[in-house]
Design a protein around this ligand. Sequence first.
Ligand code: FAD
Length: 304
Amino acid sequence: MMKDIKELKELFGERYFENFPLRQYNTFHTGGNADIAIFPQTDLEVADSLRILRAEQIPFCIIGNGSNLLISDEGVEGVVIILSGLKGILTEGTELHVKSGSLLREIAYESMRQSLTGFEFASGIPGSVGGAIVMNAGAYGSEMKDVIIRVKVLDCTGNIRTRENYECEFSYRESAYQTNGDTILSAVIELRQGDEELIRERMNELNEQRRLKQPLDYPSAGSTFKRPKGFFAAKLIEDSGLKGCRVGGAMVSEKHAGFIINYDNATSRDVSNLIDIVRETVFRKFGVELSAEVKLIGRNYSER
Ligand code: FAD
């Protein structure tokens, strides 16, 4: 195993780190260190690292922009592959060819510059396109499902594959990528010809709505819970009297009860304990089971 970790070290050079703090790589700004972190910049580097890790059965996980993650305070075993350097946006007519680390915001602004409409909904979601495809991220009535044509992945045997939209099995905040072991390398997005000024106005309007309604001054991972069928998570939480409820430094936002925020130097344990309290309270009061939208990664989280 050491020999092949050495191979990884040689492959990544200055982009290979041991005992690497992940706090700055997730928007909760909590959690411990990765045993090892690497920052690929090309598809080939992703493929080579996965080949080494799989051959040696070294555990690994992927971080896009870390905006939907809760990372264990005990850190992450093995290798964390951080894809924020896998960037690139190329426009061809109404199609955008995007590498998985490209941010939704960057894609939205590029679409606007090219007078392409249909991506405004995503301009305020702070994720990478890879993470957004995994989560089928969405807002204001649209989701990734509506704009993705196809996705290029490395499958769990290390082969490059193209998955068409229907093969992604998109549904509300779900996709095949949450379970199938694919690593997303890039995607093709299709938009429609529009008017740059109208696109700008729509993006500004949606982002103003976010600023008014969401606690963007505090670290969080956005909506902590998925919307349960027939209900709104934030309303159930608010009606349970949980606004402002705190565990350590974690708090149910006063501004938007659907958000748990890192109010004051929270640990990930504070956040996960608060998640449990919210779920139990809402279930007791309304008989509705909330499930977390946020993904938990790292030591001691596998059972959750
Ligand atoms: P990460 O958090 O890095 O990862 C999410 C999951 O995807 C993890 O399981 C990770 O292992 C996996 N993953 C990431 N990249 C890849 C890849 N290339 N290949 C395979 N697996 C990968 N979400 C919404 O849907 N709508 C919103 O309106 C919204 N608003 C938000 C507002 C705020 C302030 C914040 C902090 C978050 C918000 N989110 C929202 C949540 C989050 O931004 C989205 O889920 C986003 O799409 C996650 O992308 P990411 O790159 O940060 O993914």
